[in-house]
Ligand binder design. Structure first.
Ligand SMILES: Cc1cc2nc3c(=O)[nH]c(=O)nc-3n(C[C@H](O)[C@H](O)[C@H](O)COP(=O)(O)O)c2cc1C
Length: 262
């Protein structure tokens, strides 16, 4: 029997050793290495074999800075792209798939699968990577010259690591894996899973920080994450930027998302 062993299987080793890198050496990534990584990126599965995405390599410092990605010497942005396919269709007398909502979601899926392939290939070749979260609202039209029916889906920083962090915790498998039907957890299970995931608030945090947070009403991890990282306001700003991007790229959005239109 073939055992999928992390000791001998380099793909599994790469996946199980994953950790995001946030400090990079300035050394550029050699062209041949980058080329192999991008080739691995486009080998990702793609809906209908149609590649509804593009990969934008960014190594211009000013552009990296605009995208909050200048910690690394290079970044790859995955773009939903139904422009190229739409142009080809149009040239041959069909108009389909360019602006529909479902094409947009297919494009997102395609784009992120390709980018995660880039991530795995890069890590397999000894590079460090980190996704950058605020890319959905990035103005790629003015920053990168993207045409209609193209919108940002993900951004991955790449470079040689200047740090060696430990792996970060995950919820136990039983919390995220279901079999055949969704197992709604009890309150106790939820508390238990997140208690395993995060250190104890009382003993695992600097008392001074804890005191400062308590003064603004933050007394546990859930409050710290919800109020400190994902405020309603910040999510709304990001959502509006995302919708602006999708609207200006020409995608047909459902009425409640169109904003301003009757
Ligand atoms: C969609 C997405 C957005 C992310 N955005 C950021 C970000 O803006 N800044 C950052 O430092 N890390 C970002 N990350 C990395 C996560 O913080 C990281 O994957 C998570 O903490 C788990 O750590 P690990 O990747 O080392 O296992 C992002 C990851 C994903 C998948």
């Amino acid at each position: 029997m073939h055992e999928p062993s992390a000791e001998t299987n380099t793909v599994l080793q790469t996946l199980l050793n994953h950790r995001s890198i946030r400090e990079y050496r300035p050394d550029p990534i050699p062209d041949d290495v980058l080329h192999r990584i991008l080739e691995a990126g486009v080998r990702a599965p793609t809906a209908g074999g149609l590649q509804h995405y593009s990969l934008m390599v960014i190594d211009d410092t000013a552009r990296l800075r605009s995208l909050n990605a200048d910690a690394a010497p290079l970044a790859v942005m995955a773009l939903v792209d139904t422009y190229r396919l739409g142009r080809w269709f149009q040239r041959h007398g069909v108009s389909l798939m360019r602006d529909e909502l479902v094409s947009l979601f297919i494009g997102f899926t395609d784009a992120l699968l390709a980018l995660q392939n880039v991530c795995i290939a890069a890590e397999g070749l000894g590079l460090g990577t980190c996704y950058q979260g605020t890319v959905l609202s990035a103005d790629t039209r003015s920053l990168l010259g993207t045409p209609e029916y193209v919108a940002p889906a993900g951004l991955l920083l790449l470079g040689y690591p200047a740090e060696a962090p430990g792996s970060s915790p995950r919820l136990p498998l039983e919390a995220v894996v279901h079999r055949n039907s969704y197992q709604v957890p009890s309150d106790e299970e939820i508390d238990q899973w997140y208690a395993e995931r995060y250190p104890d608030w009382e003993t695992g945090r600097d008392p001074e920080v804890r005191e400062r947070l308590a003064a603004v009403g933050i007394e546990n991890w859930a409050q710290w994450i919800a109020l400190g990282q994902f405020t309603r306001e910040s999510l709304e700003i990001e959502s509006m930027g995302l919708l602006d991007n999708l609207r200006s790229a020409g995608f047909r959005l459902p009425a409640p998302w169109r904003g301003g239109e009757p």
